[in-house]
Design a protein around this ligand. Structure first.
Ligand code: SAM
Length: 350
């Protein structure tokens, strides 16, 4: 979640620059999409509403869902900041009160998890203490990922906040799914070492020298969605699809069930669909869910995830190389379309 001021208005739909790709909805689209949302009272106890975007308060919906159906829980809750989400405002509170609030939905979410499930919970430096205390009471904490969030304001009397955390936990540390191969990062090799004249653990290509590296818990290859990216919406705290893709690929099998109880603009559902996982999402604000439905429909036409190409995560500023490589090499996953050519700004960022 960003430290932006709470009343910052969303960019107006009208008068946007022609190359602004932020998702918009007409009233006709809203009317057509609305019947596809499930309302919390329609969630029948014990039945999995697979593929559903549920419009309602997560505290009402979670108790209606059946025990043990979730393989992967991804949670991006309101952080402990005063922040407006549509007409509702989440208010900053004492750490102990924030911890009680976390505890209230975490306990209910735990009931829904399969015995070998994993979960990821997002936070910032202010809420991370509460998150750690709360998570370790219920789960085994595997790691804390920190990602560089290059957006936000400079401060006159403090260091600018440019990072967020994601707490990675499991139900059973002896038995959980983790596919490290699927989340390796393709990096440029700065000091290429050879043995017998041959590259040692790196690849020489016309686009440069690269190595596939094991992912660490420090992620610096992400870009927060902004106006020239097709995934961008007016949601105040939207997560990058590339970030969610790492979580889903590392910690769920194809066909696995992913739940997001604070869905926002739908990023978890959209990425789950693009990567062939099942999903359920819960969100209070109807407008955000309508954006999510439009994003899900778009995924039928274009299942690309920026920064993830040919089953490999790329560093920032490599779109030219990614595009070149996909021309040279057929995708190992033919159902996922190749990355499209994009504008110059995109080229610089991915
Ligand atoms: C940090 S945002 C999630 C953003 C999301 N990851 C995305 O990429 O768009 C948290 C979301 O939780 C929603 N929310 C807050 N309290 C809620 C509640 N009690 N029930 C359902 N949704 C809630 C807010 O409306 C907001 O969209």
């Amino acid at each position: 979640m960003s430290p932006d001021p709470i009343d910052a208005p969303p960019a107006p739909a009208k008068g946007r620059a022609p190359n602004n790709r932020t998702l918009t909805l007409s009233d006709a689209e809203r009317a057509a999409l609305r019947p596809r949302l499930l309302r919390s009272e329609e969630v029948s106890c014990g039945k999995v509403p697979e593929g559903a975007l549920i419009c309602g308060d997560t505290f009402d919906v979670l108790p209606r869902l059946p025990a043990g159906f979730v393989d992967l829980l991804i949670v991006d809750p309101p952080y402990n900041l005063t922040k407006k989400f549509g007409p509702e405002t989440f208010r900053e509170r004492a750490s102990s009160d924030y911890e009680s609030w976390l505890e209230s939905w975490l306990t209910e979410s735990k009931r829904l998890l399969a015995p070998q499930a994993s979960l990821y919970v997002c936070g910032d430096w202010r809420s991370s203490g509460s998150l750690q205390r709360c998570l370790e009471r219920h789960f085994h904490i595997q790691n804390r990922i920190t990602w560089e969030r290059e957006k936000g304001r400079g401060a006159m009397r403090n260091f600018k906040n440019a990072s967020e955390d994601i707490w990675f936990c499991t139900m059973n540390p002896e038995a959980y799914y983790f596919d490290v191969e699927s989340v390796k990062l393709r990096r440029r090799v700065l000091a290429p070492y050879r043995e017998g004249g041959q590259p040692k653990d790196w690849e020489e290509t016309p686009e440069g020298n690269h190595r596939l590296t094991h992912p660490s818990n420090l992620w610096t290859d992400l870009t927060v969605p902004f106006w020239s990216m097709p995934e961008n919406t007016d949601h105040p705290t939207q997560k990058p699809e590339k970030l969610i893709a790492k979580l889903i690929l590392a910690s769920s099998r194809k066909g696995g069930m992913v739940l997001d109880p604070f869905l926002g603009s739908g990023t978890t559902a959209v990425v789950a669909k693009k990567l062939g996982r099942r999903f359920v999402g819960i969100e209070r604000e109807e407008e955000y869910l309508l954006w999510a439905l439009k994003r899900l429909d778009r995924a039928d036409e274009d299942a690309t995830i920026q920064g993830y190409q040919n089953s490999v995560f790329w560093e920032r500023n490599t779109l030219r190389e990614q595009t070149q490589e996909s021309a040279d090499r057929p995708s190992p996953e033919p159902s996922v379309p190749q990355v499209r050519d994009s504008d110059a700004l995109q080229r610089r960022l991915f």
